[in-house]
Write a protein that binds this ligand. Structure first.
Ligand code: BEZ
Ligand code: FE
Length: 291
């Protein structure tokens, strides 16, 4: 057993802690816990972690847990701002060429999106500049995927999700669960999203302030696309030209996900979507890999 700081390089305690895991029945759990213990110990040694710093870290993690509620996930937020969510996503989100790239889920997919008909407006409160989002859900070989499900969620024009402002936004504002038509097409109306700050009134906000970081995310709409026989994709589309595309607080931007929300003045399109000209229009396909 180590007795003082000069013994910190003695690995006895690390070996003992690792050996204590040897009886873990699940081999993957044993591997994960062993790696965690080794890296935590290496971190403490490398930084010469003090007792006071350890206590502050415990208090920070305690406050992070205490900030979580049914509609707030401060631990996911912590993982997001440390880049861990994006790293895990990238490690597991390897896509074949042509398939839509994935990105982080984020902490606001915690309610079921209301089922909506194609063409419905998910902006229930007139929260910003109207726009149409349309496209197709395709298999990687270009085959349309009729009946594909599209779960969509976005913040309102003030940068808040419905669950953050239940007094101002009705439940389901900015959310919709759509079913692609017989040709795999989808379309819905909404408002052009705007950049917004991730929640900063909890421990993660304190971390951002302590590190001089801004809390903003570039404007985006979230999607989960699911179709029979295919691997679902969790992704966003980002608004081309948005602020913060090059400094997303959660490191989630991928160039292939940036889309134009171009102003359109086409009577035929306006008629097709049931909107007044001119309107903003984002058009893109979601491409899934066979599972
Ligand atoms: C979001 O886009 O909803 C989000 C993602 C990560 C952290 C906070 C918010
Ligand atoms: Fe978001």
């Amino acid at each position: 057993m180590t007795t003082d700081a000069t013994d910190a390089l003695d690995t006895t305690v690390t070996d003992e802690a690792v050996n204590s895991l040897a009886g873990t029945a699940d081999p993957r759990l044993r591997e994960l816990l062993t790696g965690l213990v080794r890296h935590l110990h290496a971190f403490a040694r490398e930084t010469r972690l003090t007792q006071e710093e350890w206590e502050r870290a415990v208090a920070f993690l305690t406050a992070t847990g205490q900030t979580c509620t049914d509609t707030r996930q401060e631990f996911i937020l912590l993982s997001d701002v440390l880049g861990l969510s994006m790293l895990v996503e990238t490690l597991n989100g390897d896509r074949a060429p042509g398939a839509t790239e994935s990105t982080v889920l984020g902490p606001f997919h915690m309610t079921e999106s209301p089922v909506r008909a194609l063409g419905a407006d998910i902006d229930l409160v007139g929260g910003g500049e109207p726009c149409v989002v349309s496209g197709r859900v395709l298999s990687r070989d270009g085959t349309p995927l009729p009946g594909a499900l599209l779960d969509v969620w976005q913040a309102d024009g003030n940068g808040f999700y419905d669950v953050q402002r239940p007094d101002v936004q009705p439940p389901g504002n900015g959310r919709g669960l759509f079913t692609a038509d017989a040709e795999g097409r989808f379309w819905f109306r909404t408002c052009v999203p705007s950049p917004y700050p991730i929640p900063t009134d909890g421990p993660v906000g304190g971390l951002l302030r302590a590190t001089g970081r801004h809390p903003y995310r570039p404007a985006h709409i979230h999607f989960i696309a699911t179709a029979a026989g295919h691997t679902p994709v969790t992704t966003h589309i980002f608004v081309a030209g948005s602020d913060y595309l090059d400094s997303d607080a959660v490191f989630a931007v991928k160039p292939s996900l940036v889309q134009d929300f171009a102003e359109t003045d086409d009577p035929a399109l306006a008629g097709e979507f049931g909107v007044a000209n001119p309107f903003r229009h984002a058009r893109f396909d979601l491409v899934l890999e066979r599972s």
